[in-house]
Design a protein around this ligand. Sequence first.
Ligand code: AR6
Length: 189
Amino acid sequence: MLGLRRYKGTQIDLWQGDITSFAVDAVVNAANEELLGGLGVDGAIHAAGGPDILAACQEIGRCATGDTVITTAGLLPATHVIHAVGPVWSKDSINQNQLLKKTYHSVFQAAESLAARHISIPAISTGTYGFPANEAADIAFLATKEFLDSGRKTTLGRLTFVAFDGKMYETLQQHLFQRFPDELDDGGF
Ligand code: AR6
């Protein structure tokens, strides 16, 4: 683990690999509005977690872009799944950056509603949904900083951002270090 920061009491770290292997309070899924499963992270989570996750999704029905819903994690080592629907990237869209930021804020809110201490988060929207990795990574850590700067006491002591491949890991690391330049920052407490 080369990417690591502590900010206002919360650890932010990076890992490369399959997000379904994480034993965390909540694993974040890069889902779609229909909550029906799919490719990428979504496919991996449903495949490893078993049918209980899909059954819970079907009971909920839908999730709007920018929002999240919470289900059981089924057979996964995690306790819950936070299904997050990021925006589909398009070169003409004017509000997709805001929508991606909103998605991350919704993830943090959902995690807090579970009193989660540790969550793992994929690079939402950067696969099937086509978001450029650089912009998405910048937005992910901007949202993280906004959340940690909001002044509320958070249950979240650890946020693990997960990249599937080495290139995304490097991109995440670059943006993590840009947004949080100091290895240890108490934010002036
Ligand atoms: N663990 C960690 N990261 C992964 C994994 C994994 N097992 N698999 C892929 N990634 P994507 P999206 C990375 O496509 O862009 C689905 O069909 C991947 O390399 O999973 O938000 C859903 O049903 C990329 O960097 O999610 C939706 O319809 C990142 O995770 C749609 O795709 C996100 O890629 C959502 O698209």
